[in-house]
Design a protein around this ligand. Structure first.
Ligand code: HMG
Ligand code: MG
Length: 300
């Protein structure tokens, strides 16, 4: 146990990754209350929404309204931004944290960004340069790190090459996405070793596990052993990507906090408050949370 980090930062993506994939329309009011409840539950970073093309992700077309309703508190919450148009929209609202999102594979770059693998950098480069010049913090995601539904296995060198290139644009953190949840614990160690071998520090890496194959907690434990201390998770296990066939929910925040509490790893998160939030949100979504911890604690 002594080699595991003593503290973990949970980067909450429920309001963004969670809600981008919902079939029904969630009202702006419910989104805002969801975000406020997550902050009140002690989640230190709450990614709020996306400034992507509203036709591509209609679920988050009210991004500006959500951020306006959040007021000052929203300025410190990260939002997804794919390009300069998205950056302009974020700057107009005085936001301070954006996240770009690249793909490790050619096919997903095309499907998710309407760009080739190389072209995505031409879109991100001026976006990050302008954001940094305006004093914004930039996070970079890289998707399909463990496998791609169209291309199958993705070579580690390819993921490391794309991820490093995204980070080197001027990001403060690189989040490694298992978009379709196919990764397993040994693969996690190999990928982290690949990035460390390429000169990246574990403190600059975050893990973003989807739980499609039920591997997210095992993968988290594997990454903890490698010293990674930031994990993306979504309250109630909501999530998925509308442009990635077979992507389902993220690692549930509650499942993550339960495991970290058991390991004596500090998060500052009030587990009961997150569970209550997910139970409340499930009523708005019309279906129960897939998280085992939410189900167990809500029943108790
Ligand atoms: P495009 O159609 O190629 O855009 O889409 P374009 O650059 O050709 O511009 C066309 C028109 O769209 C223009 O308007 C632009 O102004 C407008 P016109 O001049 O024709 O009137 N436009 C915009 N409007 C509002 N906001 C914008 C914007 N950009 C252009 N930001 C684009 C390219 C990248 C915009 C599109 O492909 C897109 O929005 N993709 C986003 C898809 C998405 O959000 N996917 C889910 C998030 S990623 C994810 O979930 C994975 C992650 O969780 C990690 C993991 O799990 O691995 C992060
Ligand atoms: Mg995701």
């Amino acid at each position: 146990m002594s080699t595991l980090p003593s503290k973990v930062t949970i980067y909450e993506v429920g309001a963004r990754d969670g809600l981008q994939n919902e079939k029904g329309v969630i009202s702006t009011e419910v989104k805002v209350e969801f975000i406020q409840r997550l902050v009140a539950a002690g989640l230190p970073i709450v990614e709020a929404t996306s400034f992507v093309h509203p036709k591509w992700v209609p679920q988050l077309a009210d991004a500006a309204d959500v951020m306006t309703a959040l007021g000052d508190a929203g300025r410190d919450m990260p939002v997804l931004v794919p390009n300069e148009r998205g950056l302009d929209r974020a700057l107009e609202l005085g936001l301070k944290h954006i996240a770009i999102f690249g793909s490790a594979t050619e096919t997903f770059a095309n499907k998710n960004l309407n760009r080739s693998l190389d072209e995505q950098f031409a879109m991100f480069e001026p976006t990050v340069t302008r954001a940094r010049a305006a004093g914004l913090d930039v996070r970079a995601y890289v998707s399909m790190c463990f496998g791609d539904p169209w291309e199958g296995a993705v070579p580690i060198e390819q993921v490391v090459g794309v991820g490093k290139r995204l980070f080197d644009l001027g990001a403060s953190q690189l989040s490694l996405g298992d978009t379709i949840g196919v990764g397993t614990a040994g693969h996690v160690k190999e990928l982290i070793a690949g990035f460390v071998g390429a000169g990246m520090h574990v403190d600059d890496l975050a893990m973003h596990f989807h739980d499609t194959y039920g591997q997210a907690l095992a993968n988290t434990y594997s990454a903890l052993q490698e010293g990674i201390s930031t994990y993306d998770a979504s309250a109630g296990g909501l999530g998925g990507c509308p442009y990635a066939k077979s992507a389902t929910g993220n690692l549930a925040t509650e499942d993550l906090v339960w495991m970290l509490n058991g390991l004596g790893i500090e998060t500052g998160v009030d587990l009961d408050a997150v569970v209550q939030t997910s139970v409340w949100m499930a009523q708005h979504l019309g279906r129960p949370s897939p998280s085992a911890v939410v189900r167990a604690l809500a029943a108790g």
